[in-house]
Design a protein around this ligand. Sequence first.
Ligand SMILES: Nc1ncnc2c1ncn2[C@@H]1O[C@H](COP(=O)(O)OP(=O)(O)OP(=O)(O)O)[C@@H](O)[C@H]1O
Ligand SMILES: [Mg+2]
Length: 318
Amino acid sequence: MTGIAIEFQSVSKSFSAKLRPAVDQIDLKVHQGETVALIGASGCGKTTTLKMINRLIEPTAGAILVNGKDVRSLPLLELRRSLGYVIQHVGLFPHMTVAANIAIVPRLLGWDQERIHRRVDELLELVHLPPAEFRDRRPFDLSGGQQQRVGVARALAVDPPILLMDEPFGALDPITRASLQNEILEIQRKLRKAIVIVTHDMEEAVRLADRVVVMQAGKIVMDASPTEMLLHPSTPFVASLLGEGRMIKLLQTLKAVDHTGPGSCEGARELPQGASLYDALNLFLETGAPALAVRGADGGGSCLSRERLFEVTGGKAA
Ligand SMILES: Nc1ncnc2c1ncn2[C@@H]1O[C@H](COP(=O)(O)OP(=O)(O)OP(=O)(O)O)[C@@H](O)[C@H]1O
Ligand SMILES: [Mg+2]
């Protein structure tokens, strides 16, 4: 059983008695190793929710536990050590080099020079910025995507078990964004952190997260896996966030290997390992074949029929 890394117990935050609460009685659990996306319109309370975890904002009511402990009972330095934080709009210090920006927390913790140097290089490698080229540069002569990578490296510096990311890839072109998303997926595969990522972009949420949490006016209106959300959006608002092409997105989230069945696949075209049902749909359309062979992680083969693919979306095979 995996433990619960973060737990919100009926948490609210009011900035002013005159206004509706920015966050309104939310309950939320994030397990170790899990990625949760927080999504919703501007002003719905996403950043406030994130900042209450590391106590940049104090709740008005309720409790937040990190690894089972009330955050109010933990010394602030200990709490912040366990939480890497990628802030909205990057926030690198412009007068400091890339290396110095990444080394802020290790310095605070009194690591020696040698260890800091090694760690900075390791992190730059992890986010695909060659250390020799980037270590001594300053944030203002990096591209937006490179700055955001440095922001991610900085958040990971002391290897915190929890990573909080507030729109880490906002304002990037789609290609850079996709490549940074891949890096997060890769980091998550290697490091298995609890990640809370705030985003405006449902495709990003579906791509990165094990669970998607939709907020509206300070409340959680749906908390579900991407597949569940795509199949059964709880309200018209959730459906509107999912946007056009909901079934296509659903097929992208499902692995072909999980939907195979009996049937003859002799001589059929084979899908690459890890292919999604969307890849399968494309190959069905390209080849007109009634079935495709699918190879599992164990090397064994199985068969995906056209009927099976359409059943998954609740439709019928043509
Ligand atoms: N320090 C503050 N003082 C007063 N009101 C605040 C403060 N911080 C946030 N708010 C208000 O709380 C609400 C939620 O803000 P929050 O920053 O959490 O939204 P968000 O979902 O992160 O939005 P965005 O997507 O634009 O970043 C907003 O109405 C905002 O105006
Ligand atoms: Mg915000």
